[in-house]
Design a protein. Structure first.
Lengths: 303, 384
């Protein structure tokens, strides 16, 4: 029983991380019908901003050297600025062209950012250690709670609550939801498109920067592909949750995390290397049963 | 021109040509550049000492840009240039295209650092060698070291299944460990992209009793991430890893790491072997900085072993040099005794330097040689 609870905690912790990424992707998709594959690179760049840009194998700390409130602020700010710049330069000019062009543009941004990191930081993976106090575990009734898992769950929950309040209670949040519901209608009713979209990107940047920090505390490693897998999992999370539904994205994130941990924990040893094949098979099954995703009310033309 | 060539005998005037298909850009550059520079150092030393067979060695280097197609083209142009042998990238996937070209042109190709035995007779062709040890050998060395020197009886194995090289090390560990009579109390796998290995850690925590050691076959950066997570979970069991985890540069990611061992080629700061320290000094003098990875020395030995074979053969003809290299048995090189056979073109029992992490850097412990030698079946993992 203790073992099962332990597995469950592992699952919820990684699910929280996927939920945050899924939320960022879902938010931008909602207002722009863009699946932003560069979201993973936002995470990567946020993480790399902790060290001084150089090809050195053991780089000096940049934002990582700051006291933690300043560090968090700087990393998040970096990612927010990056998200806004990519929106302005790569996505806004294409807003009226077809959705495929937007998607291709997001791939281009993603490759561009990866090449940029390769150019500035070199190809060798690096390590950086922040939040070492959190890299210890506390045991409660035989259940191990690593500091970073606890932090991930708390941060995810807090951000979810803040975001819900923002979307429900503030005028700009309501405009954002209206735009996500029906962008053309919202515009006709006077919702400023540029502002709403920029805000969605800014929030995806805040989430991206937060995820950077959570991942780095956990893994301590910098790599140009570090954002890729969480983003792919999150993309599937938004699909099974229902494209365009924010609660769906969050629930989808938890489902992905829980599936991958349960399969890792309970598959026989020979099958474990193929865990992700299992995860995505179940995703396909879910989509066969509910093609519109779990939370989407009806299958609109939006998919 | 006619006058000049009549003055010196043609044999002396004609240089020996070595072609380098080297990744000077792209991700592989981080692993190819230093071995390449070490190889140039060796060539310059040979030339300074009067050349090889009395002939100067000339070299040409072309960037493969870590691109598979380009790698083959680069090799073809080096062959056209008249190379007598090719040095190819230190990775099976990215080195094989160049090695294939050399094989087809009947030239010897040596990969500075491929740890996959397929970089040889069975995978590419009979002219192709790797200067490195097989991944399996790293696992065997650590299994025997844990058993003989650390008195370990039980082991847990954490296998990174994202690269074949890591799976080879784990296959070697299992074979070496079983051969010593050790007990494998559990195993689990993870992938490079996994952000969290919490489920795997829960499995280690759930073992009836703590194992004596954990064997980790993985590389960087994911291996560093795994070690950080294992230690963060309060598991202080000694961890033995493979050569892919050597190098101090990642240790900042796991502060206060202890009881972590790797088999490695050399230590840049405190190697017990004078010839290795001499290489490091010479490298620093030539390139203005210490090498950052211990793989660099493989480039030096690549040239060293080929030159030794040419010297013995008194020829650069592929057939003759190949016959000599296939007979190498504990041929002394700066990397250690080097052996090949007509079937195995990679090192399987070269003594390795065991290094342990102390105060944030790897310190040499001792040179250790495995007794159990992997056969072709284990090397090619054909039973899997």
């Amino acid at each position: 029983m203790t073992h099962f609870i332990q597995v469950l905690i592992d699952a919820v912790a990684i699910g929280s991380l996927y939920a945050l990424v899924a939320l960022a992707i879902g938010l931008v998709f909602g207002v722009m019908r863009l699946i932003n594959f560069a979201q993973g690179d936002y995470i990567t760049i946020g993480a790399y901003s902790l060290v001084v840009p150089s090809a050195a194998a053991t780089p000096a700390l940049m934002f990582g050297a700051l006291p933690w409130p300043a560090m968090i602020l700087c990393v998040i700010l970096t990612v927010v600025v990056l998200a806004l710049v990519t929106e302005r330069l790569a996505f806004r000019p294409l807003r009226n062209s077809d959705l495929t062009s937007l998607l291709i543009s997001s791939f281009a941004v993603s490759y561009f950012l990866q090449s940029l990191i390769l150019m500035v930081h070199g190809g060798r993976p690096k390590t950086v250690s922040i939040g070492d106090a959190l890299s210890r575990a506390v045991e409660i009734f035989g259940v191990r709670l690593p500091g970073v898992q606890l932090l991930t769950m708390v941060v995810a929950l807090t951000l979810l609550i803040v975001l819900v309040l923002f979307l429900k209670k503030t005028p700009i949040g309501i405009q954002l939801r209206a735009a996500a519901e029906d962008f053309q209608m919202a515009r006709l009713l006077g919702v400023p498109a540029n502002r709403v979209i920029a805000i969605a990107f800014a929030i995806s940047g805040i989430l991206g920067g937060t995820i950077s920090l959570l991942v780095i505390i956990q893994t301590g490693t910098l790599d140009i592909r570090m954002g890729l897998m969480p983003t792919i999992f999150a993309f599937f999370a938004t699909v099974i949750g229902g494209m365009g539904s924010l609660p769906g994205a969050v629930v989808g994130g938890y489902i992905m995390g829980i599936l991958s941990v349960l399969l890792q924990a309970y598959l026989p040893a020979e099958l474990r290397p193929f865990r992700d094949a299992g995860v995505f098979s179940i995703v396909i099954l879910i989509l066969l049963v509910r093609p519109q995703g779990i939370f989407a009310k009806t299958a609109k033309e939006r998919v | 021109m006619a006058l000049a060539s009549s003055v010196a005998p043609a044999q002396e005037a004609e240089p020996i040509k070595i072609g380098f298909a080297t990744a000077l850009s792209g991700w592989l550059a981080a692993y190819d550049q230093e071995p390449h520079q070490a190889a140039i150092l060796k060539i310059e030393e040979i030339n300074k000492a009067g050349g090889l067979l009395g002939r100067k060695i000339e070299y040409q280097v072309t960037d493969t840009k870590t691109d598979l197609t380009l790698t083959a083209n680069v090799a073809a142009s080096l062959i056209d240039w008249g190379a007598n042998m090719l040095v190819v990238p230190p990775d099976f996937d990215y080195g094989a295209p160049a090695a294939f070209m050399a094989q087809n042109a009947n030239l010897i190709a040596i990969s500075t650092g491929a740890s996959d035995p397929k970089m040889g007779v069975q995978g590419v062709g009979s002219n192709v060698f790797s200067a490195h040890s097989a991944g399996q050998a790293a696992g065997i060395v650590m299994a025997e070291y844990a058993h003989d020197k650390m008195n370990a009886k039980t082991a847990f194995m954490l296998e990174d299944v994202s690269l074949e090289a890591h799976k080879s090390s784990c296959a070697g560990f299992v074979a070496g460990w079983e051969n010593k009579g050790g007990e494998l109390v559990g195993r689990d796998s993870f992938r490079m992209e996994d952000t969290s290995i919490a489920a795997q850690i829960t499995r280690i925590k759930g073992l009836a009793s703590e194992p004596d050691i954990i064997f980790l076959c993985s590389g960087l950066p994911q291996g560093a991430s795994a070690v950080r997570q294992v230690r963060a979970a309060g598991i202080d069991t000694p961890i033995l890893a493979e050569a892919g985890m050597s190098g101090d540069y990642w240790l900042g990611g796991v502060p206060n790491l202890k009881d972590f061992y790797v088999p490695t080629l050399m230590s840049i700061s405190d190697d017990p072997r004078p010839e290795v320290n001499k290489f490091i000094e010479a490298y620093k003098a030539r390139w203005g900085a210490l090498p950052t990875t211990e793989f660099s020395i493989l480039g030096y030995c690549t040239i060293e072993q080929w030159a030794a074979a040419v010297e013995q053969a008194q020829s650069v003809e592929t057939e003759v040099v190949l016959a000599v290299m296939n007979q190498f048995e504990d041929q002394p090189t700066t990397c250690g005794p080097t052996s090949y056979s007509d079937q195995i073109h990679i090192q399987v029992s070269r003594p390795q330097l065991i290094a342990r992490v102390e105060n944030g850097s790897f310190r040499s412990v001792e040179i250790f040689r495995n007794q159990f030698v992997p056969d072709l079946k284990l090397l090619l993992r054909s039973s899997n």
